[in-house]
Design a protein around this ligand. Structure first.
Ligand code: CLF
Ligand code: SF4
Length: 506
């Protein structure tokens, strides 16, 4: 079957998945200033480059069951396909099974560029299984980038081994740099064959994380820092974390919301610790953004996630299914290289177009409005490729963009229950729609390829204007166009002496 750059067949069915896109701290514009060798490392990594995550997929293999610390937000389960959060997997794999699965996925989803090991425990607390997997993959599938995510406790002991296997993307989860705060997040660590508790444990962990970060930066390995935003625990403190990790050379900071539900059985879930509201997360990300590049498109993937960020195609690659697949990886690499080249061409074209639009001679993408026009949040339904290309009823998440006189920027995503699930159960539909309206609070428009009469009316009544006029257009251009329409329609707080047309030409 012929695949286009999105891995879609001629009928438009998403062989590469049904996810989404957005703009994060490492969007195309922010990559432009980077040295060539760094751009080369991040341009097709869906987590390190916002632009890349419109096109490229990642996968995780769950080869690392054990952990050497306990976090109050974690409860590792092995058989819960309905949960989507770090630490949860359906099948634990040994290294041989993992390599087979990676090759099967890479051959089926050619835009999968990155293999990450992220659990369900800590990869570096399982060094034999983790490095055996990396070793085999670097030999058998050299076209795949290798990536690892760790709590950092064992990191200083593993940096040389990571460098040996050409692993040039490492994520360290750093929730604090203050042991008193750490003692509220980590009840214990396992250190030198002993369980260490409280402040002393947190102090050791923090020192190991910071040392590991410094060692990786020294070796030129790109480091992303993940931090879990825990309201009332480290919310005020994370700006300091951001400042310090940036000063030490971390490439990107990813502040993620705490997931704490009683049914997950975590300490925080059971104790009723609340998760942050989207506005709290955005405010903190904005506050940290002054210090460093922020990632805003993280989907808090499962430890066995497969596909574009936000989608999970793991069911297509269960152990029994991959056993039946006959993979010719040499041939797959040829096809993968062709698709990667086509994606690169498309990305270059988009970047060139964006640059043209930003010149004084053309209509400007930024600075389109009078400074008196207030910012507007808009939700977008997309199935990838950076386009407004998804039916409202098919969306499982919406991307949220802010349009303002300063331009268009990605804010984050909001998960929803799919409205159209192929049955006529009005009760289900009603509750899915009211859930979506609640999730989209604060947004004034929702852009999608199509939308039914019924949800249209209810969204409008809730103050969210549905818009299907920009189907198949690039997201940022569509958001900008709707913002301009709002200005022209007098819906924003415009300066009375200037028309929208004048603002656009300004
Ligand atoms: Fe996986 Fe993490 Fe590598 Fe990405 S995920 S190990 S850096 S390949 Fe990405 Fe998923 Fe967020 Fe992680 S969206 S949870 S940041
Ligand atoms: Fe769970 Fe990861 Fe924390 Fe270990 S480091 S307890 S696996 S969240």
């Amino acid at each position: 079957m012929e695949l286009n750059v999105l891995g879609q067949d001629e009928a438009g069915h998403a062989a590469g998945g049904g996810c989404s896109a957005g703009s994060c701290g490492s969007s195309d514009d922010q990559l432009a200033h980077l040295p060539e060798h760094i751009r080369e490392k991040v341009h097709n990594h869906p987590c390190y480059s916002e632009e890349a995550h419109h096109y490229f997929a990642r996968m995780h293999v769950a080869v690392a069951p054990a952990c050497n610390i306990q976090c109050h937000y974690c409860n590792r389960k092995y058989d819960c396909a309905n949960e989507s959060r770090p630490g949860v997997v359906s099948e634990l794999l040994d290294p041989l099974q993992a390599v087979k699965k990676v090759k099967a996925v890479a051959a089926t989803i050619p835009q999968m560029t990155v293999l990450g090991i992220a659990g369900p425990g800590d990869p570096l607390a399982n060094p034999q299984r983790t490095f055996e997997t990396f070793r085999m993959l670097s030999e058998q599938a050299p076209d795949i980038k290798l990536c690892v995510s760790t709590n950092g406790l064992a990191l200083p002991d593993c940096v040389d081994e990571l460098a040996r296997h050409n692993i040039d993307h490492v994520t360290i989860t750093i929730n604090c740099v203050d042991p008193d705060i750490g003692a509220e997040i980590y009840p214990w660590i396992y250190w030198n064959n002993k369980r260490v508790r409280g402040r002393k444990a947190a102090k050791i962990l923090i020192e190991r994380q910071q040392k590991g970060l410094e060692m990786l930066v020294e070796r030129g390995i790109l480091v992303k820092v993940n931090s879990v935003l825990i309201p009332g625990v480290n919310d005020q403190h994370l700006k300091e974390v951001s400042r310090i990790v940036k000063a030490k050379g971390a490439f990107l900071h990813n502040v993620m919301p705490l997931i704490a539900e009683a049914e997950h059985g975590t300490f925080y879930g059971v104790m009723g610790q609340r998760s942050p509201e989207p506005e709290e997360l955005q405010d903190l990300q904005d506050a940290c953004a002054g210090d460093m590049n922020m990632m805003r498109h993280c989907r808090q993937c499962r430890a066995d996630a497969v596909g574009l960020l936000g989608e999970d195609r793991g069911d297509e690659f269960t152990l029994d299914r991959i056993e039946t697949m006959d993979i010719d990886y040499e041939a797959a690499m040829v096809k993968r290289a062709a698709i990667h080249a086509a994606i690169k061409e498309e990305l270059d074209e988009r970047a060139a177009k964006k640059a043209r639009l930003a010149t004084p001679a053309g209509p400007r993408l930024v600075g389109v409005a009078d400074k008196h026009h207030r910012p507007v949040l808009m939700a977008v339904a997309t199935s990838g490729g950076g386009l407004v290309n998804q039916h409202f009823g098919h969306a499982r998440e919406f991307l949220v963009y802010e349009a303002s006189p300063a331009g268009v920027r990605f804010i984050g995503h909001r998960k929803v229950e799919q409205y159209c699930v192929g049955n006529d159960s009005c009760g289900d539909k009603e509750s899915a729609l009211s859930g979506s309206i609640l999730a989209l609070r604060g947004c004034e428009a929702v852009l999608c390829s199509k939308i039914g009469f019924e949800p249209w009316g209810e969204l409008e009544a809730a103050g969210i204007q549905p818009n299907g006029e920009h189907a198949m257009e690039p997201i940022e251009e569509a958001v900008l166009a709707v913002y301009q329409e709002m200005i022209a329609g007098g819906r924003l707080d415009a300066s009375p002496e200037r028309t929208a047309e004048q603002c656009l030409m300004a």
